[in-house]
Design a protein around this ligand. Structure first.
Ligand code: ATP
Ligand code: MG
Length: 572
């Protein structure tokens, strides 16, 4: 493809609405443009990246035995009502009426649609297992669309759905997808890690996420690794071995004390001259509009997902200062469990083990000393609510220490069990003619998020460095002076030879200064650059350079195809 016939509107200036380097590079490199919040237009270069990545995904899914179908982004609302998710997806789902006043929804995922298809088609265990997938548009009215294609409202996803008769067969189907995922990301030049994750709103019993580790701000997820065994989990899910903190300290008499000017843990510990460990934080949340408090030890952080799971709430939000005042009769900073009425009290085991703890008194600038569970307040439930942190002990091997890294979720796999097949009545008959719900799994990959994620990892201060298998073109061909016949003749010849062997080339045929062309080449980030200039041309050579390396080599024009192949074989 010739640059003059492409549409690559590169921008010199940093764009003010892009916080992440990857987002910045996609805008500046002329890959995407924003239409509205979370809605992007994929320009020709981006579309090529999407095709390259989709093709890898498609090939590996096909190889794993999955079958490609296409499902509409629109779906009748009844199906979501039947599955029960109509009331649980919240405002993420866009809804509308068609001209017949029939309520429709835009799918953010397709369990309902695919299960409805299956229930009409699959009758017998002989028709199973089956895995259906698509590469399609999803729509989610995300609360905070941001970071360009990382979290859009409209985006592309590969979603696959497996259907099995037995648990054993399901585990094989699941493993096939996991294996396919590792092959997909490897081919895309990305080494990902598989981590245990919360199965959340999808239901089901277990789930994994595939994370690309990055050390930039793009890493929205925190992942814990055990330094001795293979335990890996994201922060939402990560557990840790609870140290034995029970003591036979005597229970003392409670005492209300003044804590003027001290509301935060730091202020209270400084004022009372105690350690954070002796305090329990009492945090008020609204779980489906009902107040609940979570109690975690003063030196630890609350894990909101664990609280959500413990309360079984669909939506959970931190209480507003007004709500705190209403339910605890005091401003923020002084909440405590003693005397709280009509509020569920969820207590972390580390707090349940505490003796003579210090808590807020539900009065402005007052705390209570020597509070004890069961004697002074009752827990609705004692349940793990604490986020893991570095240096915690591994819950799996009970031996190693946990360490965290930042990552981006590029894909995930869910064991759905029979949640959807039961709700939507997708059953099969076994060999004895007995009816059972089909066992399901679902598997997503972000088709637009993944390539942008790659850029968080692969860039330098000049621009993008695409992994070769998802680059829009493999070679950037630059004749330095398009007015010179010798440059154009050589460029035309190389262009033709490379295209003939299936190496796609972007041919910068613009009548522009070398500096402009080099800057654009570095910015858009194609893996290999060939430069044609007078000096080397005299010796029948051209310059060959990898985007990821700083030095170029001189190559005989006659050997260019083989040299490009060799270079491509060497780079990521
Ligand atoms: P997240 O936790 O990041 O919101 P999710 O758990 O909602 O992701 P899934 O519903 O399982 O994600 O979607 C499967 C894949 O689709 C994700 O792994 C991610 O790569 C991609 N994806 C999800 N939401 C978005 C979005 N808003 N924009 C772009 N890609 C997305
Ligand atoms: Mg999400």
């Amino acid at each position: 493809m010739r640059w003059s016939q492409m549409y690559i509107p590169t921008l010199r200036e940093d764009q003010s609405d892009a916080e992440l380097v990857s987002h910045q590079l996609l805008l500046r490199g002329g890959y995407i443009r924003k239409l509205a919040s979370g809605i992007y237009i994929y320009l020709p270069l981006m579309q090529r990246v999407i095709h390259k990545f989709s093709n890898i995904v498609r090939e590996e899914m096909n190889y794993a035995g999955a079958l490609e179908i296409g499902m509409s982004v629109l779906c009748p609302a009844e199906l979501w009502q039947e599955s029960g998710r109509y009331n649980t997806v919240g405002n993420e789902q866009m809804r509308m009426k068609d001209r017949h006043q029939h309520e429709m929804v835009l799918c953010g995922t397709h369990e309902e649609t695919v299960t409805t298809l299956i229930r009409g088609e699959i009758k017998s265990y002989r028709q199973l297992p089956l895995n259906l997938y698509q590469i399609q548009v999803k729509f989610r009215d995300e609360i905070r669309p941001r970071f360009g294609l990382m979290r859009g409202r409209e985006f592309l996803m590969k979603d696959a759905y497996s259907f099995d008769a037995t648990e054993k067969s399901f585990m094989e189907s699941y493993q096939k997808m996991v294996d396919a995922y590792f092959r997909i990301f490897k081919r895309a030049g990305l080494d990902v890690v598989k981590v245990e994750s919360d199965s959340g709103a999808m239901g089901g019993k277990a789930a994994h996420e595939f994370m690309l580790l990055v050390d930039t701000n793009g890493g929205e997820e925190i992942i814990f690794f055990c330094d001795k065994c293979d335990y890996t989990a994201n922060v939402e899910k990560a557990e840790f071995k609870i140290e034995d903190s029970s003591s036979d300290e005597e229970l003392k008499v409670t005492e209300k004390v003044d804590t003027p000017g001290a509301a935060t843990i730091e202020e209270v510990t400084a004022f009372l001259k105690v350690e954070a460990k002796q305090l329990a934080k009492t945090l008020l949340y609204m779980a489906d509009n009902k107040p609940v408090v979570a109690m975690v030890r003063g030196d630890r952080e609350l894990n909101l997902i664990k609280l959500q799971n413990a309360t079984e709430a669909i939506e959970i939000e931190m209480a507003t200062p007004e709500q705190v005042q209403n339910f605890t009769s005091s401003p923020v900073g002084f909440a405590g469990p003693v005397g709280l009425k009509d509020v569920g009290i969820y207590v972390d085991p580390l707090v349940a083990d505490m003796k003579n703890m210090i808590v807020g008194a539900n009065e402005f600038e007052k705390h209570i000393l020597n509070v004890n569970i069961d004697r002074d307040f009752k827990a609705t439930k004692v349940v793990d609510l604490t986020s893991a942190q570095n240096e915690d002990q591994c819950p799996r091997c009970n031996y190693g220490k946990l360490n965290s890294k930042k990552g981006i979720e590029v894909g995930n796999t869910f064991m759905l069990g029979t949640k959807y097949s039961e709700a939507l009545d997708a059953k099969y008959l076994d060999a004895e003619g007995k009816e059972h719900p089909i066992i399901m799994g679902s598997y997503g990959i972000g088709i637009t998020r993944t390539p942008q994620s790659a850029l968080e990892r692969y860039h330098d201060d000049k621009g993008i460095i695409w992994p070769k298998n998802i680059a829009p073109f493999l070679v950037h061909l630059i004749p330095l002076n398009v007015k010179k016949d010798s440059h154009i003749e050589t460029a035309d010849r190389i262009y033709k030879e490379l295209n003939e062997v299936g190496i796609d080339v972007l041919y910068d045929d613009r009548n522009d200064r070398a500096g402009v062309k080099f800057n654009d080449a570095d910015l858009i980030g194609l893996p290999v650059r060939i430069t044609i200039g007078d000096k080397s041309l005299k010796e029948g050579k051209v310059e060959l350079k990898a985007r990821s390396e700083s030095d170029f080599i001189l190559v005989d024009i006659d050997n260019i195809v083989i040299a490009v192949k060799q270079l491509l074989g060497r780079v990521n």
